[in-house]
Write a protein that binds this ligand. Structure first.
Ligand SMILES: Cc1cc2nc3c(=O)[nH]c(=O)nc-3n(C[C@H](O)[C@H](O)[C@H](O)COP(=O)(O)OP(=O)(O)OC[C@H]3O[C@@H](n4cnc5c(N)ncnc54)[C@H](O)[C@@H]3O)c2cc1C
Length: 325
């Protein structure tokens, strides 16, 4: 019987362990040196979108969407992702990208953004939406996958460094820490932050993720708060998780302009986390060594600017691992 140890109980490791169990693997251990969803997963925005620009990304997200839909609300809410442009150039790019995405089978449509109650749209030139996109609760989704995996026999060990466990196959799903297990992995930590403001009265329950395409400023509803993020002007290539207060104030000003009902909403909390960035911002999935003197190592780490925080479904990886021999 091949013993598979999945290192890291974030969204990726939890999903791999769950799918291995679904595929019939009988000796699987899911180990996290801290706690379930304590890495980037527990710090993510929770955006789930199909609106990507490569076939691979779209395929991966569409595969994952089946699971998100099965989980349903409140873990996943299909409220859509609305991108809008405020310049002619931006609008052209938005429309070209939408055309490309339709070619991949993504149902992107042009839309009148004034349908989003409270959103300022007098400076908006055009918008697109994919109504099948939405927002998730990454930590809760991950805990649910771990619960399901455990119910199918996966052994779950928190506060356990996977490197100390005997195994035949080691699956690396350690996010930004993955190179600690296999230094050749081309992964660099990128610090990003989020801010939550509220309470905001009257937020529509079906409010989509709203994204200013040119600036990358975006926000989503979470209960009676709004969670804000933005592509930062200078990427922070560091493994120090630190909130930049100047960015917090900048984002609040942007929100006051874009969503006036939240103009005076105070900050509830702000936090930072680490993206596990790869050179092309695509996931790394594959075997890295099969040396017989050491465990086989298969990296299953992932990153892109918006990969699949809440519940990836890397079946391609799970199905290539030995289930029982
Ligand atoms: C601020 C922010 C916002 C984001 N927003 C989004 C978003 O809206 N949508 C989206 O799709 N993605 C988003 N992401 C990206 C997303 O969070 C990550 O891609 C995803 O969570 C990575 O999951 P993971 O399981 O690979 O890594 P992690 O969640 O980082 O989990 C890795 C785990 O490995 C454990 N670990 C490390 N070393 C060991 C070891 N030796 N042994 C055992 N365990 C170990 C850690 O304790 C950790 O729990 C965001 C990320 C950040 C930082």
């Amino acid at each position: 019987m091949a013993r598979i140890v999945v290192a890291g109980a974030g969204a990726v490791g939890a999903s791999i362990a769950y799918h291995l169990a679904l595929l019939g693997a009988r000796d699987v251990v899911l180990a996290d040196r801290a706690e379930i969803a304590s890495g980037a997963t527990g710090k993510a925005m929770g955006g789930v979108r199909q609106q990507f620009s490569t076939q691979q990304e779209v395929t991966l997200v569409r595969e994952s969407l089946r699971l998100f839909r099965e989980l349903g609300a409140p873990l996943f809410e299909e409220v859509g992702y609305l991108f809008f442009a405020t310049t002619e150039d931006g609008l052209r790019r938005l429309q070209e990208r939408a055309e490309l995405q339709r070619g991949f089978g993504v149902p992107v449509e042009e839309v009148d953004p004034s349908g989003v109650q409270g959103l300022r749209t007098d400076d908006v030139l055009g918008a697109v939406v994919c109504r099948e996109d939405g927002v998730a609760e990454p930590a809760e989704v991950t805990r649910e996958l771990v619960r399901r995996a455990a119910a199918r026999g996966v052994e779950v060990c928190e506060h356990t460094d996977a490197r100390g466990l005997p195994c035949d196959v080691l699956v690396i799903a350690c996010g930004a820490a993955s190179p600690e297990l296999f230094p050749q992995l081309p992964i660099r930590p990128l610090c990003r932050q989020l801010v939550e403001v509220g309470p905001v009265a009257g937020l529509p329950v079906d409010m989509p993720m709203v994204i200013e395409d040119e600036a990358g400023f975006h926000f989503r509803r979470r209960g009676d708060t709004l969670r804000l993020a933005m592509t930062e002007p200078r990427p922070r290539w560091t493994d120090t998780e630190e909130v930049d207060d100047a960015l917090v104030e900048d984002w609040r000003a942007r929100l006051a302009h874009r969503y006036p009902p939240a103009a005076v909403a105070p900050v509830v909390r702000a936090w930072a986390g680490l993206y596990d960035m790869t050179p092309d911002a695509h996931p790394v999935i594959g075997w890295v060594t099969t040396a017989s003197t050491r465990p086989v190592v298969s990296p299953a780490t992932a990153s892109c600017n918006h990969p699949r925080s809440a519940a990836p479904s890397p079946r391609s990886c799970s199905s290539s691992l030995p289930r029982s021999t």
